[in-house]
Design a protein around this ligand. Sequence first.
Ligand code: CUA
Length: 355
Amino acid sequence: MAQSTKRIKSISFFLLLISFFCLLGFGQSNQPQTSSPLMPPAASTISIDVDNIYYLILAVTSFFFFLVVFLLIYFIIKYRAKKPGEEGINFHGHMGLEIVWTIVPAVIFIIIAIYSAEILQKIDNVPADAMVINVTGEQFIWHFEYAADGVKSDKIMHVPLNKPIVLNIEAKDVIHSFWVPAFRIKQDALPHEQRETWFQARLTGEFPIRCAELCGPGHSQMLGTVIVETETQFAAWIQEEKEKANAQENALSDSAKRGLDVIQHQGCMGCHTIDGSKLVGPTWLGLYGKTETLDDGSQVKVDEAYILESIRDPNAKVVNAFPAIMPTFGPEKISDDQIKDVLEYIESLGTTKSK
Ligand code: CUA
């Protein structure tokens, strides 16, 4: 008997040692710049708190997991039937033990609940001087609008370092979810209903944005990037974007401008880009005049007639390597005149000469 008590003591000591090391990891994320192999970089102020509670819960649950498994194995060996037909001792509970294993978890739960509530309050408490960015989720792209400057961007969100940023998040079509793992923030984007969340970046660099709600066939491609830069770099970027937008606007004819309005209103940019990059649908950069290969191997020249057909009846001639998922836009959605404006805009993005 004395020997088994000794063994239990050494096992308990070993378990305490393991949980001590878990807790060491938990304290570490308080130091700036460090991040654990379990988590993406802790790039926002709140991420340190979120990580701390995560590591606390991990340490507590690991300790009890190992304790239960070790005791289970120990008891299986110690109290096994040594001779065939041997019967175990009949137990009828143990008051002391039951009180301990009720009170100890209850106290741990209360501590975790209070700690979580404190962090939740921090997450909900938006600083009054925060910079506002409007975020719109749309199948399958994130749009950003910098409220103070009127600047807009798609897929890439620029933010200054060490400045509280509040995001007003909504969706244009279905439910999306705006998630920046490095900031430990995730907020559903609901159709026509604004939700708020905020963060303050503490590390410069590029961090991925994900959509965390299955929102359609392009869900996995609904990616983006947050670029955290110094205040000067951010101001320079805003200035540059303002000038670019002005220059673009001035270069367009009136008809192309109207076409751009239609395109933005109908949400075409969720699937088509104007910079040559590939989304769910073909890019419009240099599209006009191009010769495309269809699924059946036949070729078609992109002209007014083909674009018109592709808007009215998108599945008639689908370009090879693209899914046939474009919705139909009948005259009740886009009138013939509006299509002319859209064509004018697409043509303004450059034409390709084909043979
Ligand atoms: Cu948007 Cu998934």
